[in-house]
Design a protein around this ligand. Structure first.
Ligand SMILES: *[C@@H]1O[C@H](CO)[C@@H](O)[C@H](O)[C@H]1NC(C)=O
Length: 342
């Protein structure tokens, strides 16, 4: 055979294999992402008189959640790192919802000092708080936070842990009280819990592993909080929003190889859901009447979903994580507001 023909056949076979590989991933991801079967929050409940804070409420599914709450009549607090952008989004939301009860507070989850300042500002200016949505998240980024936590773990988990802890004082007085944490199905890949995934020296610390750990920690956090808060009738929820086309993977291009990025972009293009669809499960947890009878559970596609791993259901692990987290952020094992009631 002509060597040219052989080369052509080999190249064609390789291309065919790559194509089959990509199509398989896309089909698998579509199924995982429940394309064609996405549910929307069905509750038409109004939220007049309810105050909600949403971390990262200025973009992606956070922004869609803020818009939904505002349209239902809630007072919405956007807790954001980028104030200039948040102010622009605030104006946009006011226009879209015709609700001008929207405010912006500064929150940098990668800096515990900023978390404390944010909580202090809310405690001193709001007389009640009813919904907290732990929505902001990072999947890539610089390697460590100011307080020397791995950036991803610091933002997704530690910052939110402290914010929630400090805001309990206000939310325990609510007669609506719901705390919602945006986790991810990636939690199921974390089989152990490294309590302090830190990276003081190695920039190549596996970001994906830390991401998974942070999402598991968010689930355990909500499970433990559900027990602490049951007698106050405050509910907690954790959820997988679906694979959404958001900016959470920004920065990946800088750190990782081109092939991985190309595959990821391709799969994302065919299988990701838009932000409005991706916001539905957290909206469901925060407003749905039936969900108001549930606490400590995990949701996917607006439905209670069984947790897949032993560690994610381990109550002892949840308690240990709580205690370890209190040490990480230097607070007492029980917030004073819970001590006085119990
Ligand atoms: C919540 O639970 C109570 C008590 O079991 C029940 O009466 C009520 O109908 C439930 N509400 C919803 C919306 O499911």
């Amino acid at each position: 055979m002509n060597p040219g023909v052989i080369v052509a056949i080999v190249v064609a076979s390789i291309l065919a294999l790559i194509l089959i590989f990509l199509i398989s991933i896309i089909l698998y991801a579509s199924k995982l992402n429940k394309l064609g079967n996405r549910k929307f929050c069905e509750s038409s409940r109004q939220l007049n008189g309810i105050t909600a804070i949403i971390t990262g409420g200025n973009n992606g599914i956070g922004k869609e959640t803020a818009l939904d709450f505002a349209q239902r009549g809630a007072k919405v607090i956007l807790a954001c790192r980028n104030l200039a952008n948040a102010e622009t989004v605030k104006q946009e939301l006011i226009k879209l919802s015709e609700n001008d009860d929207i405010r912006v507070v500064k929150l940098d989850l990668s800096d515990l000092k900023s978390v404390r300042e944010c909580a202090r500002e809310i405690l001193s200016t709001e007389d009640h708080l009813d919904i907290i949505v732990n929505n902001a998240g990072a999947a890539f980024g610089p390697s460590i936070t100011k307080d020397k936590f791995h950036y991803i773990f610091g933002i997704n988990y530690v910052g939110h842990f402290l914010l929630n802890y400090l805001l309990l004082e206000l939310i325990v007085k609510s007669n609506y009280g719901r705390i919602v944490s945006v986790s991810s199905m990636m939690y199921s890949r974390a089989k152990t819990l490294d309590f302090t995934p830190r990276d003081q020296s190695d920039i190549r610390y596996p970001f994906l592993k830390t991401y998974e750990t942070s999402k598991l920690a968010m689930i355990l956090h909500m499970r433990h909080l559900s027990r602490l808060l049951r007698e106050y009738r405050i509910n907690t929820y954790s959820l997988h929003p679906g694979m959404v086309d958001t900016g959470i993977f920004q920065g990946m291009e800088d750190n990782h190889n081109a092939l991985l990025v190309a595959i990821f972009e391709c799969v994302k293009r065919f299988t990701a859901i838009d932000c409005k669809t991706g916001a539905q499960t957290q909206i469901h947890c925060a407003v749905d009447e039936e969900a108001g009878n549930e606490t400590g559970l995990y949701y996917d596609n607006c439905e209670v979903t069984e947790l897949q791993t032993t560690i994610s259901k381990d109550e002892n692990m949840a308690r240990k994580l709580w205690e370890e987290s209190c040490r990480m952020v230097s607070v007492g094992l029980l917030p004073p507001c819970l001590q006085t009631f119990s």
